[in-house]
Each structure stands twice: as C-alpha cells, then as structure tokens.
Design a protein around this ligand. Structure first.
Ligand code: UDP
Length: 315
C-alpha cells in the first residue's frame, strides 16, 4: 500500500486531497498546524483505516517513522487576508516548510508534489498565463510574502530535483472553490456567498472589472492526482479557463442564492491582479486533464455546504 503525507491536510484543498487519496487506496498521514486548517474538515476521516492525523508545524524539523511514497506539500495560509495577518508564517511555510518536506522526500525516496500557485505570475502582463511565463511580482508588496515564498518553493523543489534526484512535481493552482473553504477567509467566493446568504451588501473591490477563473474543487483534485501519478517534471497549471469579471461573479452568486443583496464597491487591495486565466494546454496534453464541472453545478454544491454554516454565524 502506498503511503502519503499531506501537509495542510486539515485545510480546504488538503482535506479533499486526503479523502481522494484514501479512496484510491493510499495510506494517508495528514499533518496540519491548524493555523488556518480546521479539524472539522477531516473529522469524518478520523478513525478510518489507513488515515492518521499529526498536529504539527511543518516549518520545524519533520520526522515520520516508516516508509513514505509521496509527500504533497499543501500547507500554507492561502487568502490575501491571511497573508496580511500571517506574513511571517506564510513566508516560513513556503520556504522552511518546503525545505523540510523536500529533505524528508530525499530521505524516504518519496515523490514530492508542491502546491504552487497562479500567484507566481503576480499581476500578469501575459494573458492567458502559460507555464513558461516568468511573472510580474512585487516582492515588497502585501502579497509578496505569498508570491515570493511560492517562487522560492518552486526554486528549491527544482534544486532538490537537480541536485538530489528527488522525483518532483509542481502544480500551479488557480482560483478554486467548493465546500470547506473558510467562511471568513476574505476571498471572493466565501465573502460573496456569506453576504448573499445573509442578505448583506456584496462587496466588490475596485470597479469589479478584474478577472478570475474559478475551478471546482473535485476537478482540481483530479488534476493533482493525475500530475502526482504522471512523470511530468515541469510546472503544470491546474485551473478552469472560464474567465469572468469579479462583478459578473458576484452577480452569479446573488442569482444562484436567490438573494436580494445588492453589489457595493470598495477600494481595490494593493497589487490585486487585473486579470487571471490559466492556459491549460500542458495539463490537457500531458495529463489528459481538463475541468468538467460547470460553475452553476459547482456553485449549487458549494451553496448547499455554506447554507447551514452561514446560518450559525453570529450576526
Ligand atoms: N474580491 C472582491 N470582494 C471581496 C473579496 C475579493 O471584490 O470581498 C476580489 C479581489 O479584489 C480579487 C478577486 O475578488 O480581485 C479574487 O480575490 P480572492 O481574494 O478570492 O483571490 P485572489 O485571486 O485575489 O488571490
């Protein structure tokens, strides 16, 4: 039986990944500092044969007894508000955390998959973004802590591949949504959905003309598993190429919830990327992957998960 370590295993993506790996017959160890992760995301897995959880901060030296076949490094604060509140933790988990997990991969001769991000492209000057675009990142801006940590993480991943022969994979994850996103993580979907379900004003930043492309979580996890099980050494964009403005996205959410909320406009955060859409040619051709879940369908499942949780929020 293959044995995998998932850092950030109690997070939004990490918990879905643990679940899918278990279904595929892996033994799974989830590790999480619970800084932004939540045990409720994996409570249904605790006690299942083949699943274990370690409460641990991956920025410290990591030791796992026994064999490991795969390490998937998903630990990191992941929303712009988190980077503002946890800038040093964000830098540490992307740098020290990646170093530690790569060291472990080398020791165990395990495959290593890095959860990287479309943020490595910064506020992109090329559109859509292909993997060979080097990006336009402000290293000293508020998002720089995340962008540069992930750029460093990619660099050290390639260094371990070239120097130590570690079998590495790099996944550049674009905006993803679905059940288990933190209600108050400040990202567009949880904010808009919570506001719409509560009948509050929906806060679009700037004039709402900036674009994003939203991928449903099951599609994203499918792409990650395909990448893990492939032999592709180069970074691969995984995301949904259906691009829309944030204003359109807000209106879709208001319509999907049947809410009477109206859109209001707030100031645009510094260095907010103006446009983002993955070019997924590489994933299509090398992994045979492309997203299948349309926004309406993914949104319906996400609303179903959010509804009872939003109704429990203190007003
Ligand atoms: N956004 C918004 N209102 C919110 C939260 C986010 O208009 O309440 C905008 C944000 O400025 C950005 C887009 O939605 O242009 C996506 O933001 P998110 O935080 O989800 O992720 P990002 O893609 O910027 O990392």
């Amino acid at each position: 039986m293959a044995r995998a370590l998932v850092t950030g295993g109690a997070g939004f993506l990490g918990s879905h990944l643990c679940e899918t790996l278990l279904q595929r017959g892996y033994e799974v160890i989830a590790m999480d500092s619970l800084l932004t992760g939540d045990l409720r995301n994996i409570e249904h897995l605790i006690g299942r044969p083949g699943f274990s959880f370690i409460h641990y901060d991956v920025t410290k030296f990591v030791h796992i007894p026994g064999k490991l076949d795969a390490i998937l490094h998903f630990a990191s604060p992941a929303s712009p508000i988190d980077y503002l509140e946890l800038p040093i933790q964000t830098l540490k988990v992307g740098s020290l955390g990646t170093h530690n997990t790569l060291g472990l991969a080398k020791e165990k001769k395990a495959k290593f998959l890095l959860a990287s991000t479309s943020e490595v492209y910064g506020d992109p000057l090329e559109h859509p973004q292909k993997e060979d675009y080097w990006g336009n990142v402000n290293p000293i801006g508020p998002r720089g802590v995340y962008d540069e940590a992930k750029r460093f993480a990619e660099a050290i991943t390639m260094a371990y591949r070239r120097t130590h022969g570690v079998e590495t994979r790099i996944c550049r994850i674009f905006n993803t949504y679905g059940p288990r996103m933190r209600l108050r993580d400040g990202r567009a979907l949880p904010s808009f959905l919570t506001q719409a379900l509560q009948g509050d004003d929906v806060t679009v930043f700037g004039d709402g003309s900036q674009t994003r492309s939203f991928c449903y979580v099951s599609d994203l996890i499918d792409g990650i598993i395909r990448l893990l099980e492939s032999s592709v050494p180069d970074p691969v964009n995984i995301g949904n190429p259906t691009e829309m403005t944030i204003e359109q996205f807000a209106r879709e959410i208001i319509a999907a919830t049947g809410s009477k909320s109206k859109v209001i406009y707030k100031s645009l955060p510094k260095d907010d990327p103006k446009q983002r859409r993955p070019d997924i040619t590489r994933a299509r051709t090398l992994l045979g992957w492309e997203p299948k879940v349309p926004l309406r369908e993914g949104m319906a499942k996400t609303i179903e998960w959010f509804k009872p949780r939003v109704s429990e929020l203190p007003r």
